[in-house]
Design a protein around this ligand. Structure first.
Ligand code: F1P
Length: 610
C-alpha cells in the first residue's frame, strides 16, 4: 500500500526521502515521487515504476532542499500514471502526499470545481490539496487549514503537506492509516512505518486516529481531534537496520523463510524461560479476561486467517472452547451474532490491515468487550485498539508474501491455547511439560525442514512449467494446504487451490489429470490412512503426486509419486514444520518463473485500504 515519508532539516533531505521511500518499497507500490521546497520554489519529480528510476530523475534535476515529502503509490483511484502519482500540488503553492481513500471525494471535487479549481489527476487525493489551499486563501494558516479540511473529509487518510506560504514547517494528519513522527537532532521526520526512518532516528511518536501534527526543524507539536495541543510519548524503536537489509540472500522472502528458526525461538523465549504457560505474557488483565471467556472468535485476512484456521483445531481440542474463524472483510459487513463471553482474537503481521482493524471495531460495537491482538509490529493500530496483546517476535517482514510471521503467529496461538487450557484445568502437568518440550525442539525441527531445500528446488523446476496445482491436507494440515496454495499463487502466479483431501471427490477430482500436480501434506497423524486413500484417488486419474511425508509416514516413491521426507512427526506443532516445505516450493517455483518474488504484481504488504 502507499507509503509516506517527509523530512524537515538543516541539511539536504532529498537523500533521506529517497532512502525512506526505498525502505517503504516492500509495502507494494506502482509509482513514486517527491516534492521539495527549495529557495521558495516547489519542485517535484514523479515516475511510474521503481523508486530507483524516480531517484535517478531527482538527481538529474539536481533536487536539493531542507524540506520535502515523498510517496510510493499503490493505485486505487485512477490508473498507474505519472499524473496520478503523488505528491499532488495545488496551484503551485502546496504539495501533499496521501495514503488511504477519501470516500466523499466526488462531492468535494464538485464543490472545488465550482470554486474554480482544476484537476490534473483522477485521484481522490487531489481534493485534499485544493481544500487546504482554499482554506489558506481564506486566511487560515497551514495547520488550521489542514485541521479544517480533515473535518470535511470522510474516509481514511494519512497526509503530509508542505506550503510555500510557510516554508519552515510540515503538517500532517492521521485517520485510519498509519503515520508516525521521527525525532532527530535539528531535524524531524514523518513516515508510514518505522523502517523508513531507522537510518536517521529510532525515537518515534506514534500518531493516533484523528490527530494532527506540526513539525519544524527543532520542534514537534501534536494535536487531538479537537485541535488542542497534547503531550506525546516518545518510543525507542527496536527495528534494526540489519533486519531491513538483504545480507547474503537473493530475496527478502528467502531470508525470511530462513530466519524462521530464530524468529520462532525469539517468539517462544518468554514461555521457554518461564518453563510454563503463563497468562501474564498477554498483558496485565489477561488472567481475569482469559479465565472468564467461554469461546473465541478469530478475525484476520490472508495468511493470518490461515493461522487462525489452524488455531481453531488446537483451541477446540486442547482448551475445549468453541472457536470460530472468519475473514475480517466478511465479518465486518454482516449482522454477526455477538456473544459477549467470546474473546475476539485478531491476527495481523502488520497490525495495519484495515479490514481486520475495522472488524475489531465492529465486534466491539456488537458488544464484544474483550479483545486480544496477535501482531508482529509493535504499537501498530490493531494492538493499540486491543485489550490484550501478544507480539510475535519475527522481526521486520519485508517480502509481501508472509512467511516467518505466519509460523510465529502459529507459535503464539499455540501458547494462547495452552494458557486457556491450563486455566480451565485441561492441561495436566505432564501435558504442559510435553508441549513445552515440543516448543523447545520446534526451531530445530524447522531448521531440519529448511535443509530439504535442494530436493524442493528440483520439484520447483517441474511446478514452474504448470498452470495449476492442487494442495491437499487433512485436519490441522488442511489450513497448511491452503497456505501452500496461497504462497504459490501470490508469488509464482500459478493458479493453485488448497483442499481438505476428503473433499476431493466432491468436486476438485474433476480437475485432476497428468497436467495437474497435486501436493499432499502427509504427517503421520490419525488421518494418515484416510489421506493415503485420497492420494490413490488422484493417482488413479493420472494425477502426479508430490508428497511431503513425515519420516515415519511410509509413503514410497513410485511412478508419478514423488516423496520428500520431512522431519519426524512434530505432534501438534506439525503444521508449523510442514509450512516450511510449501513456502520453499513457492519460492523456488517463482524463482524459476522469474517473477518479482518480494513484490508480486498487484499485491501490497500492508493492506491499509478496503
Ligand atoms: C494480511 C495479508 C498477508 C499477505 C499480504 C497481504 O496481512 O493478507 O497475509 O501476506 O501481505 O496482507 P496482515 O494483517 O497479517 O498484516
Amino acid at each position: 500500500m502507499c507509503g509516506i515519508v517527509g523530512a524537515i532539516s538543516d541539511r539536504d533531505v532529498v537523500p533521506v526521502l529517497i532512502e525512506g521511500l526505498k525502505r517503504l518499497e516492500y509495502r507494494g507500490y506502482d509509482s513514486s515521487g517527491i516534492a521539495v521546497l527549495s529557495e521558495g520554489q516547489m519542485r517535484r519529480v514523479r515516475r511510474t515504476g521503481r523508486v530507483a528510476e524516480m531517484a535517478a530523475a531527482a538527481e538529474a534535476e539536481d533536487l536539493h532542499a531542507g524540506l520535502g515529502i515523498g510517496h510510493t503509490r499503490w493505485a486505487t483511484h485512477g490508473g498507474v500514471t505519472e499524473a496520478n502519482a503523488h505528491p499532488h500540488i495545488s496551484r503551485g503553492e502546496l504539495a501533499l502526499v496521501h495514503n488511504g481513500i477519501i470516500e466523499n471525494h466526488e462531492a468535494q471535487r464538485e464543490r472545488l470545481t465550482a470554486l474554480g479549481y482544476g484537476f490534473e489527476s483522477q485521484t481522490d487525493t487531489e481534493v485534499i490539496g485544493h481544500l487546504i489551499h482554499h482554506h489558506m486563501s481564506q486566511g487560515l494558516d497551514l495547520l488550521t487549514a489542514l485541521q479544517t479540511t480533515t473535518r470535511e473529509l470522510t474516509g481514511a487518510y494519512a497526509v503530509a503537506v508542505v506550503s510555500r506560504a510557510q516554508p519552515d514547517r510540515m503538517v500532517c494528519a492521521r485517520m485510519g492509516c498509519p503515520l508516525l513522527i521521527g525525532l532527530g537532532e535539528g531535524e524531524n521526520m514523518i513516515a508510514s512505518d518505522v523502517s523508513a526512518l531507522v537510518q536517521v532516528t529510532r525515537r518515534v511518536v506514534f500518531m493516533d486516529e484523528g490527530q494532527t501534527a506540526l513539525l519544524t526543524r527543532d520542534s514537534v507539536s501534536l494535536f487531538n481531534e479537537q485541535d488542542r495541543e497534547i503531550e506525546y510519548e516518545v518510543h525507542l524503536s527496536d527495528v534494526s537496520l540489519a533486519s531491513l537489509e538483504l545480507g547474503p540472500y537473493r530475496h527478502f522472502m528467502q531470508k525470511e523463510i530462513h530466519e524462521q528458526p530464530s524468529a520462532l525461538a525469539d517468539t517462544l523465549e518468554a514461555v521457554i524461560d518461564a518453563g510454563q504457560f503463563c497468562h501474564s505474557m498477554f498483558g496485565a488483565k489477561a488472567e481475569a479476561i482469559l479465565g472468564e471467556i467461554e469461546g473465541v472468535q478469530i478475525l484476520a485476512c490472508g495468511t493470518s486467517h490461515y493461522a487462525g484456521l489452524t488455531a481453531r483445531y488446537w483451541i477446540e481440542a486442547i482448551a475445549g472452547l468453541p472457536c470460530s474463524v472468519e475473514i475480517a472483510s466478511e465479518y465486518r459487513y454482516r449482522e454477526a451474532y455477538a456473544n459477549p463471553r467470546h474473546l475476539i482474537v485478531t491476527i495481523s503481521q502488520s497490525g495495519e490491515t484495515l479490514d481486520t482493524l475495522e472488524a475489531l471495531k465492529y465486534a466491539k460495537a456488537l458488544g464484544h468487550p474483550h479483545s486480544l491482538a496477535i501482531c508482529n509490529v509493535p504499537e501498530s493500530a490493531i494492538p493499540r485498539a486491543s485489550e490484550l496483546i501478544l507480539y510475535t517476535r519475527a522481526g521486520a517482514e519485508i517480502g509481501v508474501a508472509s512467511t516467518k510471521a505466519f509460523t510465529t503467529q502459529l507459535a503464539a496461538l499455540f501458547q494462547l491455547t495452552c494458557v486457556l487450557a491450563k486455566q480451565r484445568g485441561r492441561l495436566s502437568a505432564s501435558a504442559e511439560e510435553e508441549y513445552l518440550d515440543q516448543l523447545r525442539f520446534l526451531p530445530g525441527s524447522v531448521q531440519h525442514a529448511l535443509n530439504l531445500e535442494p530436493q524442493i528446488m528440483a520439484w520447483a523446476e517441474h511446478f514452474a512449467t504448470k498452470d495449476n496445482a492442487l494442495f491437499l491436507g487433512r485436519g490441522l494440515h488442511y489450513p497448511i494446504a491452503m497456505e501452500g496454495a496461497l504462497k504459490l499463487k501470490e508469488i509464482s502466479y500459478i493458479h493453485a487451490e488448497g483442499y481438505p483431501a476428503g473433499e476431493l471427490k466432491h468436486g476438485p477430482l474433476a480437475l485432476v489429470d497428468s497436467e495437474m500436480p497435486v501436493v499432499v501434506i502427509a504427517p503421520n497423524d490419525s488421518l494418515l490412512e484416510k489421506l493415503k486413500s485420497n492420494t490413490q484417488e488422484v493417482r488413479a486419474r493420472g494425477g502426479e503426486l508430490f508428497i511431503f511425508a513425515d519420516q515415519d509416514s511410509c509413503f514410497e516413491e513410485s511412478e508419478g509419486v514423488h516423496v520428500i521426507r520431512t522431519p519426524r512427526h512434530a505432534g501438534l506443532l506439525s503444521p508449523i514444520v510442514h509450512t516450511i516445505p510449501v513456502q520453499l516450493l513457492a519460492y523456488h517455483t517463482a524463482l524459476s518463473r522469474g517473477t518479482d518474488v518480494d513484490k508480486p504484481r498487484n499485491l501490497a504488504k500492508a493492506v491499509t485500504v478496503e
